[in-house]
Ligand binder design. Structure first.
Ligand code: CU
Length: 130
């Protein structure tokens, strides 16, 4: 009689273990999915107050950079000979896929004091260090 409850507990523990295993497996799958999704990243540069924020952005080759103009007037993102957004009107954005490795200083042709730098590295920088 006294052994029955303990046998019941053992079964319950095995069930809990199975549930824990399933949960761990689900977490692992979610984790690897997140890592795969991070392989190509999207970076955002906000244009506000006639400034690029952040001024310097470091990405990996293949990453996408989006400049969002939050000013009520147009700007450009122009690295002569490399890339040129042309006029990004108020509230609009411009997407660029960084395919070429290097360091690209750029400016706004409408406001030459507005400067930024796009750094494109061969491989992804270690996560959490930027
Ligand atoms: Cu500008």
């Amino acid at each position: 009689m006294q052994q029955l409850p303990s046998r019941g507990n053992g079964q319950r523990q095995r069930q809990l273990f199975a549930v824990a295993l399933a949960a761990a497996w689900a977490l692992l799958n979610v984790g690897s999915g997140a890592i795969a999704a991070q392989r190509l990243s999207r970076y955002t540069v906000v244009i506000q107050g006639a400034k690029f924020e952040p001024e310097v952005v470091s990405v990996a080759r293949g990453d996408e950079v989006v400049w969002i103009n939050k000013d009520p007037y147009p700007h450009t993102v122009t690295a002569p000979g490399e890339f040129d957004s042309h006029e990004i009107i108020a509230g609009a954005s411009w997407r660029y896929v960084a395919r070429k490795v290097g360091e690209f200083p750029y400016a706004c042709t409408l406001h030459p004091n507005m400067k930024g730098t796009l750094k494109v590295e061969r491989s992804a920088p270690p996560r959490g260090l930027h």
